[in-house]
Design a protein around this ligand. Structure first.
Ligand code: FUC
Length: 789
């Protein structure tokens, strides 16, 4: 047992619950006094397959819905055949300082075919019309989304009857379910129908209360079917003119299924009708209560892993839109808690095993021409979607990303071969449902070869958080190795320094086409380090490991520039006035960890200076990144300042409000603007990062740290606690090394922490500048107490 002034290792004992703290995370609910009039006021539900946006109109309910594989386009390989012939020339032009010529040549000979990727699409609307209800006669209206159950509700009184709707999307059944009840028997009268977001859809009545909507995305290969079934208790039901009419029922259940012919990025031979039959059989076999219970049970297993209490406020009883308005001036720690859990809710609802990864809008989208095609942008956005996954106990939500990487490794191998003459696989700054990996849009920012390498670091992180060697061997290592192989084949010597660099590339998405941007070197050095560690753990590929070790040592190092900044490029040409939203060169601070406070203090200081130059104002996701960075700079109050900027009412871009300003829409969706979900996930990850960090703060650029073997754990308690959250507690946060952590604090000081390890571990705990070490056997709990009361 060891002791330091402000932290004491109390005991290592058999499992205990963190009983010291009474949780007051408060009602985890978003709620409103009126129906949504805009899409960003509607409330999202999702089962990582179907998504619904609930508007909640009393007389006219609209549930706009999506299915994850309704995309434009068809199976297609985007690689530019033979482009490798121009690679040397493009590099030489860049080495000769002829950037514009290099960009022009690359634009002609090196880009994706076609130049742009395809778009995620809307699917349709589920419309419920209540002819007997007059909006102007409605009282006691309330619309909410309960994050404890993932059930949305709409409740109101009209003509003396209280009506209630419950809506959820369940992962076990793949269905979206609406339950309608009324306080007076026989008073439910409505019609239910489907409206397609695509031309040429056909609606067909299959039977009483059962209809389908079938069609094909215009000009593309995706065929879809939505199926709607209405079951009413009491009253009458008939289906005609493409709608089901229910008259005088006591209650009713409306069930929506949806599917497409998508099987894989190369195969669209599926039968959507067959999928829907299976879903409907599931619904037939169960009562509403059973469907509901099964949904809650499934959802709670994930959400319930982390409980957070950042303190309570009276403001918590107000409608969510009013709380957003008031946050900056008054503070409302419970809204920060709600935002934290909302990010987890959105991840559970949009990304579960068997589905597609969460795209730029998760899976919620009402447009066939959405911003940036609502695809997968990997020079920050897709990765940010998964930042909270491991630390907040939702590791399995990364599976769709890992599965997408299996596809990307195939299409990316073609791009690597055709465009670089290289082995392994490469992904540039975007992919779509068809797993395009070639550089898109324009050569000045589309040619950025490090997307796959960044994604591959997520595999290693999953291993770090779980210690799952089988995963490392069977799923992760091959993908990591292929990503590393590409760079082993394509790194080139910088003629000035002789050091190894990537290129052609760019520092996303500014400065144009260059050789060797800092971010690339950080990512490749990290990927190589992780592939080396993985091969050692698995006892495979000693020659490849030696090769990577040698190459890694020769990669150009990070440099401090003349403004005291971390250089964003090889040359010292950063502009301290540049407030571009991308903070790419700070990757090594977060999400990477080769720039650390004690391992590389000079680089750490320079990186911090770079972030100060970039400023605090930003688009949604950029604020999400800055939040995490300020937490890694161990400055909770600066992180909180960014959080305060993020929790302001979103304003859509127009002449008066240029696009570089985020905020939150009334439904807590984060604004780029417009809506882009990464900012939500960035905020959730950052709140966890304020309370617990588990990267090794002694790591440096070239260290393959002890933490990287997975045998030890580094736990930094309350590393960036904002003074706005003086009292609180959290349980269930996850640390690298597979340790589950609970922390309670009071007056800004640690009261108690519990650490539970799944496997035997050496654990170093840091708090308020002091470190203590302990050994935990599998299943044991370490209890640490501090000075807080
Ligand atoms: C990158 C960003 C934009 C936006 C888009 C989806 O291009 O620079 O801000 O987030 O992705």
């Amino acid at each position: 047992m060891s002791y330091s002034g402000n932290m004491r290792l109390l005991a290592v004992c058999a499992p205990v619950a963190l009983s010291a703290c009474a949780f007051a995370q408060g009602p985890l609910e978003l709620w409103y006094r009126q129906p949504a009039t805009r899409w960003v006021e509607a409330l999202p539900v999702g089962n990582a397959h179907l998504g619904g946006m609930i508007f909640g109109g009393a007389a006219h309910e609209r549930i706009q819905f999506n299915e994850q594989t309704v995309w434009s386009g068809q199976p297609h390989d985007y690689a530019h055949a033979g482009a490798y012939r121009y690679l040397g020339q493009i590099r030489q032009l860049l080495f000769d300082g002829k950037q514009k010529e290099a960009e022009a040549l690359a634009m002609r000979e090196f880009m994706s075919v076609p130049l742009h990727q395809r778009a995620y699409q809307a699917f349709g609307d589920l419309l419920l019309d209540f002819p007997g209800i007059r909006e102007d006669g409605v009282t006691r209206y309330r619309r909410g989304l309960d994050l404890e159950t993932a059930i949305a509700t709409v409740e109101f009184t009209a003509q003396g009857v209280t009506y209630r709707r419950e809506i959820f999307a369940s992962y076990p059944s793949k269905l979206l379910v609406v339950r309608l009840t009324a306080s007076k028997p026989g008073s439910l009268t409505f019609t239910a129908g489907l409206k397609s977001a695509h031309e040429g859809s056909a609606t067909k009545v299959l039977g009483d209360g059962d209809l389908t909507m079938t069609g094909q995305v215009e000009g593309g290969a995706i065929r879809y079917q939505a199926r709607l079934m209405v079951d009413a208790q009491g009253g009458q039901r008939e289906t005609r003119d493409g709608k089901t009419a229910v008259t005088g029922a006591d209650s009713a259940t409306v069930v929506l299924a949806g599917a497409t012919n998508f099987v894989s990025f190369r195969d669209v031979s599926g039968d959507p009708a067959r999928h829907n039959v299976q879903s409907m059989m599931w619904a037939h076999a169960k009562s509403y209560d059973a469907l509901r219970a099964e949904h809650i049970d499934d959802y709670r297993k994930l959400l319930g892993r982390v409980k957070l209490d950042l303190g309570t406020t009276a403001a918590a009883s107000r409608p969510t839109n009013e709380r957003i308005q008031a946050f900056a001036a008054a503070g409302d720690p419970q809204l920060a808690t709600l935002l934290f859990q909302y990010g987890r809710y959105l991840l559970i609802s949009s990304s579960r095993p068997g589905g597609q990864p969460a795209n730029l809008q998760g899976l919620w989208n009402d447009s066939n021409n959405p911003p940036w095609e609502s695809k997968y942008t990997v020079n920050i956005n897709t990765e940010m979607n998964y930042w909270p996954a491991e630390s907040t106990g939702l590791g399995e939500c990364q599976w769709p990303l890992f599965e997408a990487m299996q596809d990307l490794a195939q299409s990316g191998a073609i791009t690597a071969r055709e465009q670089y003459g290289a082995g392994g696989w490469v992904l540039h700054h975007n992919f779509d449902l068809w797993r395009g990996t070639a550089p898109i849009n324009a050569s000045d920012h589309g040619i950025w070869p490090t997307g796959g390498a960044w994604l591959a670091t997520h595999l290693w992180e999953h291993y770090m958080f779980t210690g799952d060697k089988q995963f490392l061997r069977d799923t992760a290592y091959g993908l990591m190795k292929g990503a590393a192989q590409f760079f082993a084949d394509t790194l080139v010597g910088d003629p000035t320094s002789g050091r190894l660099i990537t290129g052609p590339s760019n520092s996303p998405e500014q400065g144009g086409l260059v050789m060797g941007p800092t971010m690339d070197r950080e990512i490749v050095r990290t990927l190589f380090g992780e592939a080396i560690a993985a091969s050692r753990i698995l006892g495979v590929d000693p020659d490849f490991r030696d090769k990577l070790t040698e190459l890694r040592r020769r990669i150009a190092p990070l440099e401090v520039g003349r403004h005291g900044q971390l250089q964003e490029w090889l040359e010292d040409r950063d502009d301290p006035k540049n407030q571009h939203r991308h903070v790419s060169h700070l990757w090594a601070v977060y999400p990477g960890s080769e720039v650390t406070p004690y391992g590389t203090p000079e680089l750490f200081k320079a990186a911090r200076q770079s972030l100060i130059f970039r400023g605090d104002a930003a688009t949604g996701w950029s604020m999400g990144w800055k939040l995490n960075l300020w937490a890694r700079f161990l400055d909770g109050d600066h992180a909180y300042l960014i959080l305060r900027n993020l929790v302001t009412p979103a304003v859509d871009a127009d002449a008066a409000h240029p696009a570089e300003r985020g905020g939150l829409y009334p439904n807590l969706f984060d604004a780029h603007p417009p809506f882009q979900i990464d900012g939500n996930f960035g905020a959730t990850a950052a709140i966890a990062e304020m309370l617990l960090q588990s990267d090794d703060p002694h790591a440096s650029e070239l260290s393959l740290t002890t933490a990287q073997t997975g045998e030890t754990a580094f736990i930094h308690l309350l590393p960036a606690l904002p003074s706005a959250f003086p009292n609180g507690s959290v349980t269930g946060l996850r640390a690298r090394g597979g340790v589950e952590v609970g922390v309670a604090w009071h007056g800004g000081k640690l009261v108690q922490a519990t650490l539970k390890s799944g496997q035997a571990k050496k654990v170093t705990v840091r708090y308020a500048g002091k470190e203590t070490a302990m050994e935990l056997a599998a299943g044991q709990v370490g209890v640490i107490s501090g000075e807080g009361r």
